[in-house]
Design a binder for this molecule. Structure first.
Ligand SMILES: Nc1ncnc2c1ncn2[C@@H]1O[C@H](COP(=O)(O)OP(=O)(O)OP(=O)(O)O)[C@@H](O)[C@H]1O
Length: 264
């Protein structure tokens, strides 16, 4: 084996057993304001974790640091064993990280299928091809699989602008799943959904492939505690408590702080 092959092999074996995410001492300042202070967080491969906390707790800033949208002021970020603290967002995407946003990033004038196909194409190796784009059957098959996974098969030809709000949020989940990610950050996917749509979202998230870990930021405790196996509570930019959903739900301090904390 060449030195390079052996380095690659050892990296692959390291990523096979490493944690999906490891944050150590993560801190992010905005001027004098500490949005995150000394965050230490470990998420195992395939683990599903909810991050909860009242408005301004630092949840979105946490996502922005993990994705590389904001550089941290201090601390380290490891993805599948690799230090990505100073990597740009696209290098983290290449390593299997995805996210959804609170605001919609859909193409309203295109069909569901075209939106998902473009997302699959965007993360494929043909992304920078100078040749005229041609339909790729493998990517189209991936797109169809994702459309099915988010329960939009009957709407695959529908223009996004004609979808219900709930269907648009389901489509956003599909876009985040393009390119078979290993770890996904869901930013309030249940916001604005009806009770029926929330149930559907829970089913979609629960049925994601078991190797696919995620963090979900969610103000709806019911959704968060049903899809997650572990919970991190944040308050004022710090981790306040960690535990299993049942422990968090029955914790007196959490109830006093979070349920009385004016979350939106
Ligand atoms: N770009 C920014 N510039 C300045 N301050 C910011 C910026 N982004 C976030 N903050 C501040 O950092 C703190 C944490 O904000 P963040 O959006 O991460 O909280 P959050 O828990 O996601 O809140 P919400 O539930 O309302 O989305 C807040 O005090 C916020 O005002």
């Amino acid at each position: 084996m060449t030195a390079r092959a052996s380095t690659v092999a050892s990296r692959i074996s390291a990523t096979g057993t490493a944690n999906a995410l490891e944050l150590r001492g993560l801190t992010r300042m905005f001027g004098a304001l500490a949005a995150l202070t000394d965050i230490n967080l470990t998420v195992r491969p395939g683990e599903r974790r909810a991050v909860l906390g009242s408005n301004g707790a630092g949840k979105t800033t946490l996502f922005n640091c993990i994705t590389g949208d904001f550089p941290p002021t201090a601390g380290t970020i490891r993805l599948f064993g690799e230090d990505v603290t100073h990597f740009p967002p696209h290098e983290r995407i290449r390593r299997g990280l995805r996210r959804t946003y609170q605001i919609s990033l859909l193409f309203a004038g295109l069909s569901v299928r075209d939106n998902v196909y473009l997302a699959c194409r965007g993360v494929s190796r043909y992304r920078f091809s100078l040749l005229r784009p041609r339909r790729d059957d493998a990517l189209m098959a991936s797109a169809e699989g994702l459309i099915e996974a988010v329960h939009l098969s009957d709407a695959r030809e529908t223009l996004v602008g004609d979808l219900s709000y709930g269907q648009q949020r389901q489509l956003e989940v599909a876009l985040a799943l393009a390119g078979a990610p290993r770890f996904v950050l869901f930013d309030e996917p249940a916001a604005g959904l009806s009770p029926t749509e929330r149930r559907e979202l829970v089913e979609i998230l629960t049925n994601l492939p078991s190797h696919m870990g995620f963090i979900i930021i969610e103000h709806d405790m019911d959704v968060a505690l049903r899809v997650a196996e572990s919970v991190t509570m944040m308050h004022n930019g710090r981790i306040f408590k960690e535990g299993k959903p049942a422990e968090i739900e029955s914790d007196a301090e959490v109830q006093a702080l979070y349920l009385g904390g004016g979350h939106g």
